[in-house]
Ligand binder design. Structure first.
Ligand SMILES: [Zn+2]
Ligand SMILES: [Zn+2]
Length: 359
């Protein structure tokens, strides 16, 4: 298998004190016949990038190059690629390949691929079995290789400098709202108004719901209203939370850290559903099952979305004039950006201008 080297930014080991992302070169496989080589133009900064680099899930392979919200240009393609051509602007999200034949893949749910190595994640993933030893490297890089079936078409009306976060934050919030059939007349609570939550507010609003933004921070009230929320609920205000008990049909929780789920369950109306999408660590207190059962409530979870659904959310955003709120940065400022994401000091998603890695 022939390889080539690309410039990237990544981590060489668990970031203990003072250890940060740094410029490096990584070795990638040349595109196979059903793959394309993409020159990365923009890459979003997702909270998962930080979890992975810092080994929060205890599965990181170093060196680790994160980035799974990629917008770029195809610069070469394999001989069997037919849907895309050189020069096309495309998106790459959380996956670059899968077995494409198992039951989950046939159902357009590649994120649940039951093949021998599961889906090939865009970073920290193994290629299909024949190349098992190869780690995948994400979009904090000049180039990336992806299977044709995992490329997203970018609708022309979307501004490509702001589109990247739709590829993870967008589909991660759209998928459960769509799956639970949110519609006009529903009251939807969105917990956590960050990279994911701000997209949740915009998408639920476009689906016709009455949207309640739920945040710990009073200072996020104005920005949440500006995003389109109809109301803002401050979760630390116990009286306000009690006043809203049994009022919401649906709650989308996007908090990226451990949290107590019980106060949010009480906000659900009878037969309401709560879904968590933030990738959390375990919280020490248990779910109050009495609160779940006594009003026939549902507590669930959701993981990204398949490729078909990712295309659907791009088209949905184009139709409803939705774009993520982004702040453009140079790659050299990535460590500072990570700190600010952790401090929730970003409105609402950093996008790296990848030209800055070439310079
Ligand atoms: Zn992500
Ligand atoms: Zn599969």
């Amino acid at each position: 298998m022939s390889t080539f080297k690309t410039k990237a930014y990544g981590a060489t080991g668990t970031p203990l004190i003072g250890k940060k992302l740094e410029a490096m070169e990584v070795e990638r496989q040349q595109p196979k016949e059903d793959e394309v080589l993409i020159e990365v133009m923009y890459c979003g900064v997702c909270h998962s990038d930080i979890h992975q680099v810092e080994n929060d899930w205890m599965n990181t392979i170093y060196p680790c190059v994160p980035g799974h919200e990629v917008i770029g240009k195809i610069i070469s393609k394999g001989s069997s690629v037919t849907k895309f051509k050189e020069g096309d602007i495309v998106g790459v999200g959380c996956m670059i390949d899968s077995c494409q034949t198992c039951e989950a893949c046939q159902e357009n749910e590649e994120q649940f691929c039951q093949g021998p190595v599961g889906p090939t994640m865009t970073y920290n993933g193994y290629f299909r079995p024949e190349d098992k030893k190869f780690n995948t490297f994400g979009g904090y890089s000049t180039h990336i290789v992806a299977n044709e079936a995992f490329l997203l078409s970018i609708p022309e009306v979307l501004d490509i400098s702001a589109t990247a976060p739709i590829l993870c934050a967008g589909v991660t919030t759209y998928s459960p709202l769509h799956h639970w059939n949110v519609q006009k007349g529903d009251t939807v609570g969105v917990v956590g108004i960050g990279g994911l939550g701000h997209m949740g507010v915009k998408i639920a609003k476009a689906m016709g719901a009455h949207v309640v933004a739920i945040t710990t921070k009073e200072e996020k009230r104005e920005v949440a209203l500006a995003l389109g929320a109809d109301e803002v609920l401050i979760s630390e205000d116990k009286d306000a939370m009690e006043a809203k008990e049994k009022t919401m049909n649906y709650i989308l929780v996007t908090i990226p850290d451990a949290f107590d789920i019980n106060p949010y369950i009480c906000l659900l109306k009878w037969r309401g559903s709560l879904v968590t999408v933030g990738l959390l660590s375990k919280y020490k207190s248990a779910t109050n099952n009495m609160e779940v059962a006594k009003y026939s409530r549902t507590v669930g979870g959701s993981l990204i979305g398949g490729i078909k659904e990712t295309q659907e959310v791009l088209d949905f955003c184009a139709k409803h004039n939705i774009l993520p709120e982004v702040e453009m940065i140079d790659i050299k400022n990535i460590n500072d950006a990570f700190d600010k994401v952790k401090d929730e000091d970003v409105r609402f998603r950093y996008v790296i201008d990848m030209q800055s890695l070439k310079n």
